[in-house]
Design a protein around this ligand. Structure first.
Ligand code: ADP
Ligand code: MG
Length: 628
């Protein structure tokens, strides 16, 4: 006798529930998506105890017809697709006909709905997959579903639920995203009677952003809009100053569906490039629309994952649209809007005095850019500022690098540098504004910050960050053709590595050569540096090649030559730049600002820290209570 049998519907639903209903947030997601598919304009979600006790979703959509009430809870019962071909042009959020039966299999469900305007409807009660009642009931057009005692009959699953707080955070996360994806729907959300979200459904995405992230963040959003042959993109990205410590601030809705897609969020991040510090992530909301046939949503039962037929084109469109939006806007953050000015100044004070104040209890305080004092300190620490003076402006002059390499490796003089600095043309935002406005230098503060003013207010410039940005853009261009500038060293430098490291490096000699660095195995642990681009900052060659090698050793994947060149440009820029505590004359400061103005991105150093902050006249007057 054969042993195989077809499982009864009840068990099949419980198994399906395992995929569809992972936690309370999955129930909320399925019910809210059903309400959206039913063309609701208001959706109210009320949850108790993280959704474990109760989830209630009330909508004013098309409702379920009386005849359909029981069918809706059958497996693979759906009104959204009819044929196999429909699977490839899905316009609704649901289509699998699994959610209601799965939820009803593992909870107690009460659903009251009406598809009519005369107040007649139907109520159905199902406990753990068993229909307890189905009867006429008065109900306005729309649907009201209550799901209580989730997983009451599947103790193993109940055990895996986390604290109320964790489950609640999953629910809010979903609701925030879906509200961002549908500004045309008025959402409300309460937990244990406390209102956590209310949107007005007037279609204004910025108002939804304000409801979720606060008005301060909403004020820092930049509009993104683009049309390509296949895609339409619309939404907002935040100025870099409003960044987050994780990726959760990025919401992408594809045809109204919130999706998780690593590459899409990565594309947004790419467009920020060096605008963001390490480990900081943008806030962004992007609505992507495309022909449903270009999108495969039938990848996973929870429909969070999707596949695109034109993925590369989409990634390119996102990068371009977001980068263009960022470029259009002046990105100088206001020192005041970032929080009280006091905090900003205090943070800077902590950075600078950290070594002396080891016991102050605040050495780990994050800076405005999100990095800890320890990370930032080496660059700004006074003791590190003592460097050979001939190195102070040790970046090559444009003329020298374009023509023949200079025979001696002495850095240009300050005068030469200043002359070169002044030759630069200002960068403009694509709106026509100069990225860095015209400024009158007031002076230098504590050997670290440049103070400047214009008719709009006060500007503070971090001189090291500014110089680093200038140098980075120079070196970035130089590293496009580093081989041409490579010169044999009269005295080769030697570097030491362990045998395993040596093996890796020897396999990558060609990569180094493409960055203009010619290495040779001397035998044993020793590598020789035979030739280098002549413009590598003098006196820092060994450190730079060592750090390049460390980076190559740390990269797990195939080395991308573009990335190695960029990394090298950052290293050179850092080593070649003036530090804190370097005194500058007014002409030197003016030259620095002019050169900064000519940068493609004058707002951040290559590590993503801000270069300039401003305090407007109005903000100053407010501070001194001259205006209220
Ligand atoms: P799917 O959404 O994949 O079609 P579900 O199990 O979620 O499957 O729902 C089954 C059907 O019940 C839907 O196709 C829809 O016709 C109906 N339905 C569910 N929720 C609602 C609602 N809030 N308003 C109107 N109809 C609904
Ligand atoms: Mg559904």
């Amino acid at each position: 006798m054969g042993k195989i049998r077809v499982l009864d519907e009840h068990i099949a639903n419980q198994i399906a529930a395992g995929e569809v209903v992972e936690r309370p947030a999955s129930v909320v997601k399925e019910l809210v998506e059903n309400a959206i598919d039913a063309e609701s304009t208001t959706i109210d979600v009320a949850v108790e105890e993280g959704g474990i006790q109760l989830i209630r979703v009330t909508d004013n959509g098309t409702g379920i017809a009386a005849d359909d009430c029981e069918t809706a809870f059958l497996r693979h019962a759906t009104s959204k697709i009819a044929s196999g071909a429909d699977l490839f042009r899905i316009k609704s959020l649901g289509f699998r006909g699994e959610a209601l039966p799965s939820i009803a299999a593992v909870a107690k469900v009460e659903c009251t709905s009406s598809a009519r305007t005369d107040g007649l409807g139907k109520k159905i009660v199902i406990d753990g997959g068993v229909v307890k009642m189905c009867a006429d009931a008065a109900h306005p057009r729309g649907t009201d579903i209550k799901v209580s005692d989730l997983f009451f009959n599947t103790p193993a699953r109940l055990k895996y639920l986390h604290t109320v707080q964790t489950e609640l955070s999953h629910i809010s996360d979903f609701l925030y995203r879906i509200a961002l994806a549908h500004p045309e729907i008025a959402f409300s959300f309460t937990h244990n009677g406390n209102k956590l979200l209310a949107t007005n459904g007037n279609g204004d995405l910025l108002q939804v952003i304000a409801a979720i992230y606060g008005t301060d963040t909403a004020r820092k959003m930049i509009r993104v809009e683009a049309e390509t042959a296949d895609f339409s993109l619309a939404g907002f990205v935040a100025k870099p100053e409003a960044s987050r410590a994780n990726r959760n601030g990025m919401t992408i809705a594809v045809n109204g569906r919130t999706v998780r897609h690593y590459l899409l969020t990565q594309a947004i991040m790419d467009s920020y490039h060096t605008l963001l510090p390490l480990h900081r992530f943008p806030i962004a909301v992007l609505h992507v629309r495309m022909e449903p046939s270009l999108l495969d949503v039938n990848v996973h039962p929870n429909k969070l994952e999707v596949r695109f037929s034109k993925e590369q084109e989409l990634l390119g469109a996102i990068r371009q649209a977001t980068a263009a939006a960022l470029k259009r806007t002046t990105l100088i953050p206001s020192a005041v809007q970032n929080g009280p000015l006091k905090t900003y100044m205090q943070e800077q004070l902590v950075i600078e005095s950290a070594p002396r104040q080891a016991g102050s209890g605040r050495p780990q305080q994050a800076t405005a850019s999100g990095r800890t004092v320890q990370e930032v300190q080496p660059e700004l620490a006074p003791q590190q500022a003592k460097r050979p003076t001939n190195n102070r402006y040790a970046y090559p002059s444009e003329a020298a690098s374009a023509a023949k390499p200079p025979q001696d490796r002495t850095a240009p003089t300050v005068q030469e540098t200043a002359a070169f600095l002044q030759a630069a043309a200002p960068t403009q935002t694509s709106g026509g504004m100069p990225a860095i406005p015209h400024l009158h230098v007031i002076g230098q503060m504590r050997g670290t910050y440049i103070l400047a003013q214009n008719e709009d207010g006060l500007y503070l410039i971090d001189q090291h960050a500014a110089h680093e940005r200038i140098n980075y853009e120079r070196f970035y261009e130089l590293f496009a053709n580093p081989q041409e500038a490579s010169q044999t060293l009269a005295l080769p430098l030697t570097l030491e590595f362990s045998p395993t490291e040596m093996n890796v490096l020897l396999a990558k000699l060609a990569v180094f050569a493409q960055a203009g660095v010619f290495l040779e195995h001397f035998g044993g642990n020793t590598l020789l540096v035979r030739a280098l681009p002549h413009w590598i900052p003098a006196g820092r060659e060994k450190e730079i090649v060592e750090e390049m090698a460390e980076w190559v050793l740390a990269e797990k994947q195939e080395i991308d030559i573009g990335k190695l060149r960029e990394k090298s440009a950052i290293l050179c820029a850092c080593k070649a730049s003036i530090k804190a505590n370097d005194a500058l004359t007014v002409p030197e400061i003016e030259a620095l600002i002019d050169r900064l103005r000519a940068c493609r991105n004058p707002y951040t150093c290559p590590h993503g820290r801000p270069v300039v902050v401003s305090i407007s006249n109005y903000e100053l007057e407010k501070m001194f209570k001259r205006v209220m």
